[in-house]
Design a protein around this ligand. Sequence first.
Ligand SMILES: [Zn+2]
Length: 294
Amino acid sequence: MAEAQIKAWHEYKHDILLLENGVASSAEALGCPVNYYDDKAPTVVAPIIHNYKDVDKLKVPDPYNTFPLNELLKATRIVVKEIGDKAFIVGRADQGAFSLASALRGYQNLLMDVALGQDLEKIHKLLSFCNEVIKRYALAQLEMGAHSTSIGDLGTEITSPQIARDFIFPYAKELFSVIHNKKKPAALHMCGNSTPIVADMVATGADIIELDHKTDMQAAKIAARGKAAILGVLDPVMLLKGTLKDVEESAKECIKILGPGGGFILGPGCALPADTPAQNIHMLIECSHKYGHY
Ligand SMILES: [Zn+2]
């Protein structure tokens, strides 16, 4: 991972490096079986919480000696040592509490539990446990020299705004206050159209909110102005399939709406597909230099 990240930085010279290995690392550290592939991020194969009593058997792993967190921390340490004085390094703390709980309990199972309003106390107990796992790992990322850390949690395509308000944002807020105690900034990533929840995302205290292209840019700018920076919001599919002109036009449009007054970081709204053409990424970086100064 370190080698790939450093190679990519030498090729593109982007300002921010986001270090993560998909969203299965914390779940794997807790005992979930995980599949690894040659050309995409690993995925959780099966949940391990079949009954909420199973939560009592779980222990917060020490990220320094639990696979794969220990290997990911090593990658952060290497990248920070090699280029940490030239780029901003974000050591992603894998995923947020609700997303991790979904992996442990099974996405469909947890969403059904929440929808039916059953076992709410036990669900919150699981979420609190997950947040402890994430806190420990997030702090370790900072201890390795990362300039910032971040989480991703389930967006509006999977959860309703009310579910996010009840089960996601309170835990993100608590996590970010721990990061802020270390005087470091934190970022929150959510996929899909975040327009209905963008003000809630800002209210978690996140210093950077990572938004995808489906989010209304004007609404996001109003919600975040003076409170959080917006990272995004280019469509990864456009970056995969679009022409150089498409990339340039989209980047210009984003900068025009989100740039004034500052607080905007130009980038893809979500993970880039592995076969995104290099020339499109070069064009994205070029646009930030060409149109991004004000
Ligand atoms: Zn995303």
